[in-house]
Design a protein around this ligand. Structure first.
Ligand SMILES: [Zn+2]
Length: 206
């Protein structure tokens, strides 16, 4: 209830164009020409097609509804904190279309026995990463979805990621990690709850 700001701005799967491989291939061919390559050169002649196939896979989050992955299971009154940590994430930044990748940690405190399978949390994070994203919004979208579906006492999503657009270009900071988080409910209000989750998440790293 503390969370009234939903990230619905244009980020639902409804009213979105279908994936169009031909358009992507045409675009990649233009990029190759634009950078001064010869799109007919044998080594890259199949590249537009390969890139189109790749984009279909790494942008699957634009065309699949994450709500369908989350089946809320009624559990006996389990109300202790649940944490899934080190969920591998692969995304592309919406500013440069270069990869950013790392891990997500998801913690929530169930309410009235509403829980989801642990693997489903990982699948939701994976799917929501599969589109042009920014790391901050990815954390927010995952937290908002879990808040909506589980109506838990609290949700916390922490994402640690390296961005190829920072490592390969511009300021070039190899290995630099960005950490973003989104907190809802009890994690927002109660510093001790937040500290407990953070120590469980980061504990293994000493
Ligand atoms: Zn970028």
């Amino acid at each position: 209830m503390a969370n009234t700001q939903k990230s619905s701005e244009n980020h639902t799967t409804a009213n979105r164009n279908a994936f169009d491989a031909t358009k992507v291939e045409t675009g990649v061919r233009l990029i190759l020409e634009g950078i001064g390559e010869d799109p007919a050169r044998p080594g890259i002649e199949g590249t537009p097609r390969r890139v189109a196939q790749m984009y279909e896979e790494i942008c699957a989050g634009l065309h699949n509804e994450p709500r369908e992955l989350l089946h809320v299971i009624p559990a006996e009154t389990h109300d202790e904190m649940v944490i899934v940590k080190d969920i591998p994430l692969y995304s592309i930044c919406e500013h440069h279309l270069l990869p950013f990748f790392g891990v997500a940690h998801i913690a929530y405190i169930p309410k009235d026995g509403r829980i989801v399978g642990l693997s489903k949390l990982a699948r939701v994070a994976d799917l929501m990463a599969r589109k042009p994203q920014i790391q901050e919004r990815l954390a927010t979208e995952i937290a908002d979805l879990l808040d909506e579906m589980l109506r838990p006492t609290g949700v916390m999503v922490v994402i640690e990621a390296e961005h190829m657009c920072i490592e390969m270009r511009g300021i070039k900071k190899p290995g630099a990690k960005a950490v973003t988080s989104a907190l809802r409910g009890g994690f927002l209000k109660d510093q001790r709850t937040r500290a407990e989750a953070m120590s469980l998440i980061l504990g293994h790293k000493g």
